[in-house]
Every structure is written in structure tokens, then in C-alpha cells.
Design a binder for this molecule. Sequence first.
Ligand SMILES: Cc1ncc(COP(=O)(O)O)c(C=O)c1O
Length: 408
Amino acid sequence: MDELVNDIVQRSREALRVIRDYVHKTPIEASSTFSRLANGKVFLKYENLQKTGAFKVRGALYKVYKIKDKYDGVVAASAGNHAQGVAYAASVFGLKSIIVMPVGAPIAKIEATKGYGAEVVLAGTVFDETLKAAQKIAEEKGYYLVHAFNDPDVIAGQGTIAFEIMEQLDSFDQVLVPVGGGGLISGIGSVLKKYRPYVKVIGVEPSVAPKATRALQEGKPVTIRPGVSIADGLIVKTLGDLTFKIMTKVVDSMITVEEDEIAHAIYLLLERGKVLSEGAGAVPLAALLYGRVDTRDKTSVAIISGGNIDLTHIYRIILRGLGREGRLARIAGYVPDAPGQLRRVLEVIASNRGNVIGIQHDRIDPRLPAWHAKVIVTFEAPGRDKIKTIVKTLRDEGYDFWEEDSYE
Ligand SMILES: Cc1ncc(COP(=O)(O)O)c(C=O)c1O
């Protein structure tokens, strides 16, 4: 076995012992709904139920444990799960922590991090500036800067998830892991390649940030310009040199998923599974549901890596999901500007069990056909077919109506 991978596995075995008392052994469950939708057996590993709401705390705990006797405090640059992980780990081992977040970080994240006892400093608007500020603080204070992924102990801490899965499941064929900087997959992949070498380790990332897909294709770390993603935890410009090296040895394949697919996976996890996942955590399930991996006659494990999602995001995802499933609709059209016309439109909707939740009625717009008003009606609907019936009935009656496809 490769020396580098072996070293991670040894550390990960120790990490398991060290962090055991401070983290949850998160549940793993078979999902009949997702197995049916993915055409193969699907298990979900719920790291969204981990302390601090994400797996990051595992690596942070092991790293802080390793350095705790040499330093009084730790510093991290993160507005995400690493921030809370490091803050929690520092509090466990009695160290001070300073977490540097970009200016404009969500208040909820700042408060949550403070809640674990950290001092939060706001600096920089892009991550590189935030990291520079963190480096400066670490130097000035003599604190240790904990990297979010490019560190053997952090990687080993994340690898403890694989030991848990092996304990919880007798046999499985493939594991799907979200990839940001590559720490999570490097840890899980190392342990699995040592003890279950036949298990396929598959990395998943958003198509707007394919740094790992490209790096593995080109045989070297590649710096990309990522777009905006609902999977904000996976937005990294480049893999670490260490994570890249390990990934070339333990990752079987990389796949990408689209933003809409991630949003739909979050929605389905919530609706069908009663599980709250953040974007990054839903990426593996999106890959399974959208046929990006071979699932036939296979047992797949999807790592739901975190559950820290902004409430305003959930609201939009639910609206989109309801729209996609035909349970929320928006139709628009022109009606003659005369008494009783709007009522007829509403009657057609009601007789098809549509429940109106909003109406816009515009008779002033100069672009309107003469003596007409534009009407936009939003309603809860019993399904796609009924929405089509409503629009068809209105058109048959002479109203110029159509279905609008945006719910945001
Ligand atoms: C919820 C979640 N999943 C996955 C990842 C990716 O982990 P890594 O950067 O180790 O690849 C992150 C990173 O922040 C995360 O917060």
C-alpha cells in the first residue's frame, strides 16, 4: 500500500480514538424512496446530524488535539463549517480560537461560531484576503492556523467516517463523496482503499466548480474560476497539493452535477426523507438521482456531509421543488377588462382544485391589448396535469393564457 495513504490510515485510526467522545457516531440508513428513484440500493450517511451540523468537526478535533500542548490558541479562515468545527474543537481542548470570516458573512454563521466560544474577526471580501488576515493574526498571536483540508491530520479526522461506515454496513459497492478542497474524500478514500479496496470511491462536485474533475483529468492541481453554487461548501479554486496527491491514489472517478439537480436533491431529502441537507451535502444524492453513476445491482452510500443551510435558501428551494412537481403554479394571461372576467379565470382554477395564493392584476401597462388587463395568478395545484387542464380550458374559452415557469 502506498506510504502516503498508509500514513493517513494510521492517523485516522488514532483520530477515531481521540475524537470518539466528542462527536456523534452518525446514523446510516437505507432509503427505499431513494433506492427506487436511483434504481439501486441507496444508503445515506447522515453527517448533517453531526455536532456543529457537519463532518468538519472531525478533522478539526483531531488537528487541535495534536497541537494543543504547543499552542494556546488556534485560528481558522472560514465562513462555513470549518469555522464552527475549529471553534468547537478549541473549546473541547481548552484553547482559544479566532475565526476570520469575510466581511458580509451571514449573521447566523457568525453567531453560531461565537456560540462555540470563538472570537470572530471580519476581514477581506474574497477568501484569499480573509486567509491572509488569518495568517497575520496567527503570526502575531503565536496561534496555530488550522487549514480546512490540506493537512494530514484534518484529512485523517474526516477519514473516521469510513471506519464508521465499515462498522455499520457489511457490504457496499460505492461511496459518493462531495469534494471541496478534497479533505473529506482523501480521508474516506484512504481508509476504504486500505480495508475495502474493491469499493469505488466517487467524488462529486458542482459543474460550476470542477476543480477536482479537471485536476484528475490533467494530472495536476488546476486553478479554476468557480461560479456561484448552492453547494457553497464546495466552492474552492484549487485542490491542495496534499489532497491532490492522495486523490490521485484513492479516487476512482469524479462526476459533476448541475445546480438544479442539487436543489432538487435538497428538496427531495426534505420532502421524502425529512432530512435537512445543505447544498454540499446533497450533491452525492443528486448524482445518484440523475443517473450520473451506475447504480444497477449496486449498493451506494451517499455522504450527506452537512445540514447548515440558510433558511432563505430553503424557502426558495421549496418553492422551486413545488413548482417542478406541479404543486405550485403560476399562470399569466390577458382578460377583457370587464366585470366577471377575472372571476371566470378563478372559477376554472378552483374547479380543478387549485388554491389561489396570489393575484396580480394590471390594467395600466400601455403595452396591453386594448381593453384588456394582464392577470398573473399563483396557486397551489394538485399536479402538472391539472395545471395543463386549467390553461387549456381558459384558452378554449378564448382567453390568451400561458404557464409561467419561474417561482422565484
Ligand atoms: C458540508 C460540506 N460538505 C463537503 C465539503 C467538502 O469538504 P472538503 O473541502 O474536505 O473536500 C465541505 C467543505 O466545507 C462542507 O462544508
